[in-house]
Write a protein that binds this ligand. Structure first.
Ligand code: SAH
Length: 330
């Protein structure tokens, strides 16, 4: 365990990176073992009412073709993923009110019939909605805090409220979800100190899962001319998160692979134990452009499953066959 000052010092000093990554890898192995959990990600709607400054799905972006996948097709995609061996389905979307409480309940119940764990990543909803989704069978929820620097948060999310984001995380905890959160690394004017605070925040709220990704500027957003986040710094924040929260689930994020062709494997060897391959049908993939140059946008779900499986085995790790609930719950 490190103090805030130690975390800041490590983030500022690149001379001990090799030590940091191998130490995080060791902690990962001792606490969550060699299994890699695959979560099949369905990006079911790119319609969003929000204006997050970094995100290509922000409502002001009129250049993307918007889509919604409805229940029957979502269930087909999920079923196909289950046939490929996925034991967790993740449903992700923009904040799209089309998916009413009742519509979501039907989709959740339908997916739970396939005997899989279900994660939702659909943004901020009311306590009542979260409760209804949990009762319908949802097991986990992902909602990144994005940054714990309140001022920066407000700048990045002009129509959102930091306290409501925190409220969501608290409600989800209360309702017994496994809660996933995380942050972006490399947002304009983000400080190293605030990244240290992000890590301490993950610990304070006892997150079950933490996803960390570098910021990638999208050409149709106000941040289009800003520098992209650093792959190495994102990897360091991830490795420190593993050391500070030894038994949680940590994904090797797609954004890391976008910045480094071997990014997910490097992340799996620096503290990560989860990968979230895309299982969405090929026709929708390019349209879910939260950032540019996303990987696998022309691939079929079967190809992604085979590709990542082979990569995992090539580093002497194993694809898990269980549901992959977080260790601090089991
Ligand atoms: N609407 C949902 C899902 C958001 S998309 C929600 O609010 O939780 C999932 C994640 O993509 C976001 O949490 C954000 O951290 C990340 N993301 C969005 N735009 C990005 C960008 N330009 N670069 C890197 N990551 C980005």
């Amino acid at each position: 365990m490190f103090s805030r000052k130690e975390i800041i010092d490590i983030l500022n000093d690149d001379s001990k990176n090799d030590w940091l990554f191998s130490y995080a890898d060791k902690i990962r192995k001792e606490n969550v073992g060699n299994d890699v959990h695959l979560r099949g990600l369905i990006e079911f709607s790119n319609i969003c009412k929000n204006s997050c400054k970094y995100c290509g799905l922000r409502k002001e972006n009129t250049t993307i073709e918007r889509y919604r996948i409805e229940k029957d097709e979502i269930l087909e995609i999920a079923k196909n993923a289950v046939t490929m061996g996925y034991r967790t389905i993740v449903l992700q979307s923009g904040e799209d009110a089309f998916y009413s409480t009742d519509k979501m309940i039907e989709i959740i119940k339908g997916i739970k019939e396939f005997d899989v764990a279900l994660t939702l990543s659909i943004g901020e909803r009311s306590f009542e909605d979260y409760k209804a989704f949990r009762q319908a069978g949802a097991d986990r929820y992902l909602i990144r805090i994005e940054t714990t620097d309140r001022k920066l948060y407000e700048k990045m999310h002009p129509d959102m409220d930091f306290d409501n984001r925190i409220r969501c995380l608290e409600d989800l905890k209360k309702l017994g979800y496994e809660v996933g959160t995380g942050c972006l690394v490399g947002l304009p004017n983000q400080t190293i100190e605030s990244l240290a605070d992000d890590i301490l925040f993950f610990k304070e709220i006892e997150a079950d899962m933490v996803g960390i990704g570098p910021f990638i500027p999208h050409p149709q957003t106000p941040l289009k001319d800003k520098d992209k986040g650093s792959f190495t710094l994102a990897l360091k924040v991830m490795a420190l998160t593993r050391i500070m929260l030894p038994d949680i689930n940590i994904p090797a994020t797609t954004a890391m692979e976008t910045l480094n062709p071997n990014g997910r494997i490097i992340a799996l060897q620096s503290g990560a134990n989860v990968v979230m391959p895309n299982v969405t049908s090929t026709q929708y993939r390019a349209k879910y452009e939260i950032y540019p140059n996303k990987i696998c946008i022309n691939d079929k779900p079967e190809k992604c499953r085979g590709c990542i499986g082979a990569k995992i085995e090539s580093i002497g790790r194993k694809v898990a066959t269980n549901y992959g609930f977080s260790h601090n719950k089991e």
